[in-house]
Design a binder for this molecule. Structure first.
Ligand code: GUN
Length: 282
């Protein structure tokens, strides 16, 4: 029986910590605020944005909501980002992705001030992470490090295998595991003999995007398995990239879906907003 890494509980603890710190800042007369921009009304994005605003309200962070029409131009969005960059009362700026096709996501992300880039997507923050300097880190991989640390999983010296090389999860995940002194391998769609590589992992992070792809034969006995995937199966039940029933008996610890990595992303966004406010004026 694997130990269940409880992302719901750990994310709740983190939000309580942020709430306390935000209240302390408020007592000193400092407010924390996050601008959340959504362009168009993609239903999944609306759910994510709604959850982010709810979390802000819970921890005492003010959220400024910008809901722009689908046909917004790149110039209009860049103008809004610039205005928010220049507002002293805005600590964080989040532009929900994906954006409509007439807008370059990269241009918009790079237009956000690196000091307000609470998603950790700006090249300056990515660069800081890769050289081990302080900066904002992408929320999902940062949340995974918190899950491991708060579950007393040692990373130093361990064989860590990350499946997936996206800019939001796979690449920053690898950088963070290196920073924690893990021995890191990144696999992707062109990896030859994936199973041979994943079977070496003491810590396996699956960010593949394919439901129940990782079965017991990909996993070493006693491995810690982190599932970043979130999918809805035929009977409308949530599942991850890991076939939980197959892998759980073999793992020493595993994250469930739902209730594993998912809730950590928003908790770490709250941490980044707090950090941004604490940095202001320093
Ligand atoms: N779309 C899906 N995930 C994310 C995220 O973490 N941040 C932003 N801005 N958009 C997303």
């Amino acid at each position: 029986m694997a130990f269940l890494i409880d992302g719901k509980k750990i994310s709740a603890e983190i939000k309580e910590e942020v709430k306390e710190a935000v209240a302390k800042l408020a007592a000193e007369g400092k407010k924390v605020s996050l601008a959340v921009i959504q362009v168009g009304n993609d239903p999944a994005s609306s759910v994510y944005v709604g959850n982010k605003k709810k979390a802000c309200e819970y921890v005492g962070i003010q959220s400024l909501s910008y809901e722009l029409p689908e046909e917004t131009t790149e110039a209009e969005l860049l103008k809004l980002v610039e205005e928010l960059n220049n507002r002293a009362d805005v600590n964080g700026i989040l532009v929900q992705l994906p954006l409509p096709k007439q807008i370059s996501e990269d241009k918009v992300i790079q237009a956000i001030s690196p000091d307000k880039d609470v998603d950790g997507f700006h090249v300056q923050n990515v660069g800081r992470l890769s050289v081990g300097a302080d900066g904002f880190v992408s929320c999902t991989p940062a949340g995974i490090i918190e899950l491991l640390k708060r579950s007393d999983v040692e990373i130093a010296g361990k064989e860590c295998v990350v499946i997936g090389r996206s800019n939001i999860v796979g690449k920053p995940m690898a950088a963070l595991l290196i920073r924690e002194n893990g021995t890191v391998t990144v696999c992707h769609s062109k990896t030859k003999d994936l199973k041979e590589v994943t079977k070496r992992a003491d810590i396996l992070v699956a960010a593949i995007g394919k439901p129940k792809f990782i079965t017991a034969e990909y996993v070493k006995d006693g491995a810690v398995v982190i599932d970043v995937g979130i999918h809805r199966n035929a009977d409308n039940k949530l599942c991850g990239d890991v076939d939980f029933d197959s892998v759980e008996p073999k793992a020493s610890a595993i994250t469930p879906v739902p209730g594993g990595v998912g809730p950590m992303t928003i908790a770490m966004l709250m941490v980044n907003c707090l950090k941004s406010a604490e940095m202001t004026g320093k």
